[in-house]
Design a protein around this ligand. Sequence first.
Ligand SMILES: Nc1ncnc2c1ncn2[C@@H]1O[C@H](COP(=O)(O)OP(=O)(O)OP(=O)(O)O)[C@@H](O)[C@H]1O
Ligand SMILES: [Mg+2]
Length: 235
Amino acid sequence: MTPVVEAKNVYKSYVRDSSPPVEVLRGVNLKVQQGEFLTITGPSGAGKSTLLHILGLIDRPTRGEVFLKGRETGKMGDRERAEMRNRMLGFVFQAHYLLPEFTALENVSIPLIIQGEKAGTAKEKARKVLEKVGLGARLHHKPVEMSGGEQQRVAVARAIVHGPELLLADEPTGNLDRETGAYLMELLLSLHKEQGMTVVMVTHNQSLASMTQRVLKLVDGQLNEGERAPTPLGA
Ligand SMILES: Nc1ncnc2c1ncn2[C@@H]1O[C@H](COP(=O)(O)OP(=O)(O)OP(=O)(O)O)[C@@H](O)[C@H]1O
Ligand SMILES: [Mg+2]
């Protein structure tokens, strides 16, 4: 089966004027199949956000290839990449980036309006998705009028409202307390189980990572299968 997203030998260096280039990714290979829930872990500064941005067509690799549903994206122009990103991908950022002057309903409607939906239809779809993430009673609240967990649920609603093929989530629970983080994780797991959503999540949190099907660790610029739990004696 064609993977939803595939990275082939991806390198990324950041070049700054005077200092030597920082080589963050050094030959990353990854295939994500449809319906998978995959977690990427690794120390701070390992390049997890960099990799997610490259998979999400927000950034380009220095070398190597990224395929979305079998299509190589490196030779595409910025406009075509943006069009693909808007249609096929949903992104939950490390910081939520909601627009402060707009309500939850407006924040979630905006991606649809950008894609050409009429305001009325966009708002109706946004309302349904906000109800799904448990925010039916917060439709007209602005970000400052919501808790951190609620803001992050709006960010998830915004990332899925257009029905993306792949949801990329960068530390979606990073700024939340344990209980609120667990609630958000349940939401992501239910999207995966009930709608078959393909999810790639970055997290530091081992207990959240262990709830997902596959855990990869980014170390020294390369992705490795995470350590498996030891097989119990006699098993
Ligand atoms: N635009 C940039 N220019 C130069 N260096 C950068 C840039 N963005 C990131 N880096 C460097 O690349 C490395 C990887 O950054 P990245 O944000 O991908 O790490 P991360 O694994 O997501 O870390 P964290 O867990 O703290 O979020 C870091 O050393 C960072 O300083
Ligand atoms: Mg990061």
